[in-house]
Design a protein around this ligand. Structure first.
Ligand code: 5AD
Ligand code: SF4
Length: 440
């Protein structure tokens, strides 16, 4: 029987912030068993792969990394390999862990990560493999012992799951329906993090704007944000991800009014063409999206905008793709996360006719990234003369202000006395493609 005390663990994370935060919870579980972290998976006693199935590329990478451990496991049969997260949770996943990876010891899904400690105990007593994929989330799956790596940014879940069923997306199938966390639990966690000195707290959910719909107590996302920003201390709240159909004027108002709400917004648009948006089941038009952006820009001074785009969705014509480019030029996002459409078995879009060839998707993605790079260069000029409330950081001996949107503004070195505090920074110019400024 393996006693985990003083053994070494290694956690590998794929995918989004949701998974990054889940890995912090997994780390908490492993450390509470007395384990310590090691850099190299091949030297670890327990290796956990926290997988993502949102695109085929992430799945292929995870599968090949897991497979690469086979030879180390052969040398060290005591090694315990765990695969968890979205990949095993799929009903019709590409990879069958049971037959294809016989050396993996524990395979669990998204709904029972909180049980990882007891599965590890179980396997140390009796080496038979554990396969446990729960169909439904369990009510009491809160994990409180979170070990965070970052000392400035912290994630806090506010809602799990998704009810939207965009036709390309696997998430609703592997993460279940929306479940909001109780306000008291969220508030207690945010207070604790503020007391620990975290400066940015990101409220996490597949669709944060749905917060409270299932609680039936009158609570909604705007109210949550407004209440949390009353907490005392030096910090700012960020949130992701928002859906254009639920993101609304009330949230914009809180963003405008509350200094503790960061002036940045991640609002995935996915496509700039109404027909494609309809086929994606996104429930909004580009006109609606523009009106949200317009109101946000008008109300929230110097707001930083980011978005997600999918290129090559089935039936996307050259014209439809050009509509997306047009949208980027018009909105001028600070950051664009662009992906080639990836067929996900079990989702409606997977069986749509007129799938786009890989080479076309590739070409469109490259064009879009080129256009965005160009837009970004121009955005730097746009920042000159503006004042941003920044977190002052010192990176490799260089002092800079970090805007809410993550832009770095180089500062004179004597500004370092303000390290780890918020201050207003005025951008004065551009040097070597970087912004430079002074504390106001
Ligand atoms: N193919 C490509 N991108 C996808 N996304 C979600 N599903 C797919 C898919 N099947 C993207 C969307 C989403 C982001 C998290 O991942 O843009 O906003
Ligand atoms: Fe996927 Fe759409 Fe839900 Fe986002 S809102 S997780 S893209 S189904």
């Amino acid at each position: 029987m393996m006693n985990y005390k003083d053994k070494k663990y290694h956690v590998v994370t794929y995918g989004c912030q949701m998974n990054v935060h889940e890995s912090e919870k997994i780390t908490g579980i492993l450390q509470s068993l007395g384990m310590t972290s090691i850099d190299k998976p091949e030297l670890a006693d327990v290796v956990v792969f926290n997988t993502c199935c949102i695109r085929e590329g992430a799945e292929d990478r995870a599968f090949s990394n897991i497979s690469a451990l086979k030879k180390y496991k052969a040398k060290n049969p005591e090694m315990v390999i765990v695969v968890c997260g979205c990949m095993p949770q799929q009903k019709q996943g590409k990879y069958d862990f049971k037959t294809k990876l016989p050396f993996v010891d524990i395979v669990i899904g998204t709904h029972n990560i909180n049980m990882l400690g007891s599965y590890l105990q179980q396997i140390s007593e009796n080496r038979s493999r554990i396969f446990e994929i729960l169909e439904q989330p369990v009510d009491s799956c809160e994990i409180t012992n979170v070990v965070r790596d970052d000392k400035i940014n912290a994630y806090v879940n506010i809602i799990y799951g998704c009810n939207k069923f965009c036709t390309y997306c696997i998430v609703p199938y592997v993460r279940g329906r929306e479940r909001s966390r109780a306000y008291e639990d969220i508030e207690a966690e945010v207070k604790e993090l503020v007391n620990k000195g975290y400066r940015y707290i990101t409220l996490l959910g597949q669709n944060v704007n749905s917060y409270g719909k299932d609680l039936n107590n009158g609570m909604d996302f705007a109210t949550l944000l407004s209440k949390l920003s009353q907490i005392e201390g030096e910090f700012k709240l960020k949130f992701m991800t928002s859906h254009p159909i639920d993101f609304n004027k009330n949230v914009i108002k809180v963003m405008k009014q509350q200094p503790k709400v960061a002036k940045c917004l991640h609002l995935p648009v996915q496509s700039g063409n109404d027909e494609i948006l309809f086929k994606m089941n996104r429930h909004y038009t580009i006109k609606h999206y523009y009106s949200l952006i317009k109101t946000t820009k008008r109300q929230v001074k110097n707001v930083s905008l980011s978005t997600d785009i999918i290129v090559g969705f089935p039936n996307e014509s050259e014209q439809a793709f050009e509509d997306t480019i047009k949208l980027l030029k018009k909105v001028k996002f600070d950051q664009v996360f662009a992906f080639m459409y990836s067929k996900r078995t079990g989702t409606p879009a997977c069986t749509f006719p007129d799938q786009i060839e890989e080479s076309v998707k590739n070409r469109r993605l490259n064009k879009l990234l080129r256009e965005q790079k160009f837009i970004n260069k121009h955005l730097l000029n746009y920042c000159v003369g503006k004042t941003y409330n920044c977190l002052i950081i010192v990176k490799n001996g260089v002092t800079m202000g970090l805007t809410d949107g993550g832009r770095e503004i180089y500062l004179p070195n004597d500004s370092g006395v303000m390290e780890n505090h918020f201050a207003n920074v005025k951008v004065e110019g551009i040097r070597n493609h970087k912004l430079s400024g002074v504390i106001k």
